[in-house]
Ligand binder design. Sequence first.
Ligand code: HEC
Ligand code: HEC
Length: 351
Amino acid sequence: MKRNSHIRLPFQMERASGGTALLERSQSWAVIAITMVSAVLVWGNPAQAADSIWRGSALSPLPNASSDIDLRKVQLGEEMFHDARLSADDTISCATCHDLNNGGVDGRQKAVGIGGAEGTINTPTVFNSAYNFKQFWDGRAESLEEQAAGPVHNPSEMGSNWPDVVAKLKKDERIVRMFSDIYTDGVTGNNIVDAIATFERTLVTIDAPFDRYLQGDKTAISVEAAKGYELFSTYGCISCHQGVNVGGNMYQTMGIMGDYFKDRGDVKDQDLGRYKITGRESDRHVFKVPSLRVVAHTAPYFHDGSAETLEDAVRNMAKYQLGRNMPEADINAIVAFLNSLAGDYKRFDPR
Ligand code: HEC
Ligand code: HEC
């Protein structure tokens, strides 16, 4: 896909490339096994371990948005993202649920839409979503453009439709002018989506302390966070959460090493994951592995919003994805590492 062409950095591992995204589940077992075996092999010598993890890292710094992005579209998209006229009763904008001053989320267990309509699933962040290989927890949207039409039409989100939205916006001369300056056909559903998606491609959190560490500044993160990075690799978290977005490039089952849904109980439609799309038994409870870039700011966690803190989320991941009972000290170190993954969101400046 064209928009991803600028994210391939020369030192990026093969494993973090698009190929991994297409791994079948059986292959993903192999990835986990290989990660664990290599972890054991280097475990004996910490210095060597750190060095080999460093060179073999499946993580790489988050690139900035492309500098040839159309800034007029970015500006228009930013307006549309904050415009409540995209909802049926003019009360809810994209930013209501994806608060850019609050990690790009709503901080709730599950989303709440127009008229207080209860959503069924936790709101993921919009930050760095341009670097995810698919959109939504179950990956049902191929692109940001395809995704953006979803909430507008979802009855428990914005509950509207393009003809209504376009009719409202066409009464606003300033908005009409902004559209006609960029698009020959003016205000249309497609153009709203195009502008919003362009704006979303600038919602990147570059210059994270961890990225500066990867680029050679060994003092950019704490000793504990560096230890957490090592643990993240040796435990095998990195076999699923990898690449520039520390996730967002493959599908995996929630509960590979333990029956998460049996333990939690009350299994609902939204827990089925990709099964709902493909109908394949092997896709039951399979989700997009989420990016961990801004997890420091996006509690509560998981598609069901069940983990209140990052510590809870890490503990559950160790248990259900790796079959490990993780000691508190290791959990805390990994949380320190996760906290170092978030850069600051700066309004996009192409220089
Ligand atoms: C009522 C709250 C709400 C509103 C309003 C809303 N969203 Fe969302 N957004 C969500 C939820 C919940 C999900 C996850 C849905 C799912 O995966 O099934 C989501 C998912 C997304 C994703 C996918 C992120 C990922 O990592 O998969 C993007 C991008 C996004 N929204 C952008 C937008 C845009 C753009 C708008 C406005 C047009 C918008 N959202 C309006 C709640 C909301
Ligand atoms: C087998 C693949 C796999 C492994 C290994 C794995 N994860 Fe995950 N991780 C996932 C999937 C899939 C989800 C989404 C689960 C859901 O929402 O139900 C997830 C979700 C998360 C979340 C919540 C993100 C959010 O935005 O809600 C965190 C934090 C996390 N993982 C951290 C870790 C850590 C730390 C480790 C290692 C101890 C780890 N993961 C190991 C696949 C994996």
